[in-house]
Write a protein that binds this ligand. Structure first.
Ligand code: V47
Length: 350
């Protein structure tokens, strides 16, 4: 695992964050260039979102509904998930990303059955990346099993990796304002620590650009760096820009593209031990994601066929996220980059 010989600490990161943009860009670019040269990674995946009915009431969320009866709510049973999965699966896909909500009436067996079902339906080369730390903690509470027992059972059913959702912002004061009833920062980190101990790799995220400040973001990054020093289990970090449509924080608007690029660069500099920084294009849009490659990011995520609603419902630029490989190759080559397809574990697919 790559580590800077001279690590950036809190005050240095604060200075760089607000300092000269050209300097910040070149420091972050040098880090990504040393690791990956002119490569941009992408993968082919699709999303299954079993439901958006959720017990949690996060103020930034445009996606959740209180109950099945509310307009815009959906919930899939296992037969519907099977049909959906077969409809979305295409030859060449290497990952299925499953994430949804904490449904008030679904139990651990249901979530485990989804994994077993998908494992049976799809070829073994397709990795199953499923359930955020929030969902894992809820499975533990509702089943009475501890985190390790939950994760072992999911792994036995076919789970390969955890996505990074649910981190939001670790600072407890801010966290209490935007997602007061969700798992704490300590529990988020504990879920990932346990997964890593069991050989399940994971991603991690931050939700930025709402009511938090730069110092909260840096403290968040340093907490992730500390865990990664212990476990080495994180593959990628994904800075998620808050999108403001249709949620109760809407009035605050969104941060500028410059702030997004600065945040990506700071992430690359702070997280010297996390291999990949993902500029998640369904949320950032193609243009900003490509620009982010100049600021330290190296991965754009998947070619998804209109199958994730978290961002489109929050008003992101990509209302129908479809990015064909040829389009991506062309966009990348204009800025001198070369795309390489990877699987969920960043092995190159030739
Ligand atoms: O935890 C919710 C975020 C996350 C909004 O691991 C919002 O590869 C912006 O974690 N504006 C879930 N963000 C999605 C997620 C993710 C996405 C892509 C790849 C991976 C990966 C993980 O979405 C939530 C929350 O932080 N989110 N609402 C919003 N209005």
């Amino acid at each position: 695992m790559k580590r800077n010989s001279n690590r950036y600490e809190f005050d240095q990161l604060m200075d760089l964050y607000s300092g000269d943009m050209v300097r910040l860009r070149s420091l972050a670019f040098a880090e990504r260039d040393a690791r990956y040269g002119k490569t941009i990674f992408f993968n082919r995946n699709f999303h299954i979102e079993p439901s958006n009915v959720c017990i949690h009431k996060c103020s930034f969320c445009s996606y959740r509904r209180d109950s099945e009866e509310q307009p815009g709510a959906w919930s899939m049973d296992l037969d519907q998930i099977k049909d959906y999965c077969l409809q979305k699966y295409r030859e060449g896909i290497t990952e299925v990303h499953i994430v949804g909500s904490v449904h008030p009436e679904r139990d651990f067996d249901y979530y485990r059955s989804i994994i077993s079902l998908v494992r049976e339906l799809l070829p073994k080369e397709v990795a199953i990346k499923a359930y955020s730390a929030v969902e894992i903690e809820d499975m533990s509470i509702s089943s009475g099993l501890n985190l390790e027992q939950v994760l072992i059972r999911l792994k036995e059913a076919g789970l390969d990796a955890l996505p990074g959702g649910g981190a939001e912002i670790f600072d407890s004061y801010i966290r209490n304002q935007i997602c007061p009833d969700k798992l704490s920062a300590e529990h988020y980190l504990e879920v990932h620590r346990t997964a890593h101990k069991l050989g399940i790799s994971s991603n991690c995220t931050i939700l930025f650009g709402h009511i938090e400040k730069r110092e909260h973001r840096i403290a968040h990054l340093l907490a992730l760096r500390e865990l990664q020093d212990d476990t080495g289990g994180f593959s990628a970090f994904i800075p998620l820009k808050y999108s403001c449509a249709n949620n109760s924080l809407s009035g605050i608007g969104e941060v500028s593209e410059e702030e997004v690029l600065r945040t990506i660069a700071i992430s690359r500099l702070a997280l010297d031990n996390i291999p990949h920084i993902k500029a998640y294009w369904p949320m950032l849009g193609k243009r900003t994601s490509l620009l982010a490659m100049e600021y330290g990011a190296d991965d754009m995520d998947g070619t998804i066929e209109d199958s994730t609603k978290i961002y489109s419902m929050a008003g992101s630029e990509e209302q129908r996220p479809v990015l064909a490989v040829e389009e991506l190759r062309e966009l990348a080559s204009v800025s001198g980059f070369q795309i390489k397809e990877r699987d969920s574990f960043y092995r190159i697919i030739s």
